[in-house]
Design a protein around this ligand. Sequence first.
Ligand code: ADP
Ligand code: MG
Length: 226
Amino acid sequence: MTISLSNVRYAYPDSPDNIVLDIPQWSVAAKEQFFVHGPSGSGKSTLLNLLSGMAKPLGGELSILDQRLDTMSPQQRDKFRANHIGYVFQQFNLIPYLNAVENIELAAHFSPQKHVAGLAQEIAALLSELNISEVDRQKPTTHLSVGQQQRVAIARALINKPELLIADEPTSSLDEQNRDSFMALLMTMVTEHNTTLVFVSHDMSLSRYFSRTEELSNINRAVEAA
Ligand code: ADP
Ligand code: MG
């Protein structure tokens, strides 16, 4: 299993009585494209924070690629994330004054052992696949359209060849046409790169792109109490 959770519980440190997640059992197999649907505030981003090791469960077992994240130190989780997990955020989180290539180089910097040769060529190949022209690669990313920025964010998330890609409502600022082309490109990229994908959104219409869809409320027991 790429992802395996057993009795995972989480509450934020500043509100320890509000259990946001209580997941008895959940798993995702390698190369699955998994869509988790839930309304705003239901705990989707919190779940992704646990999967990426940015937060640590209060209890239970959480394994990614057969490694126990719940027993790792924060430093070990950071290293694990850099080596194995790509992340596409809701608001892109590109560094605005850097261009596309520089943004991706920065991400590659955190996982140096994955780039023994030819980082520049790897970046160029990804940006070509994602239809970012040579001219647009040299512009500060604020000068790109939102659709282009989100494609650069995919390239940045994939440059370290992560086994697992996590996407947190990445289409919410895109119009319908940009959303459809973004989804088609994302699915092509994860299929070609043999990447496992966990994608969360409140937008149920996106589920048609995925091999599996689950309501967060079906895996999270904490929902009723909230
Ligand atoms: P979603 O991504 O589905 O909109 P979140 O995971 O962001 O939901 O939030 C789930 C719950 O956790 C909400 O009740 C929210 O208020 C709470 N929450 C989110 N982030 C924090 C935080 N940093 N500190 C305390 N509570 C938080
Ligand atoms: Mg969220």
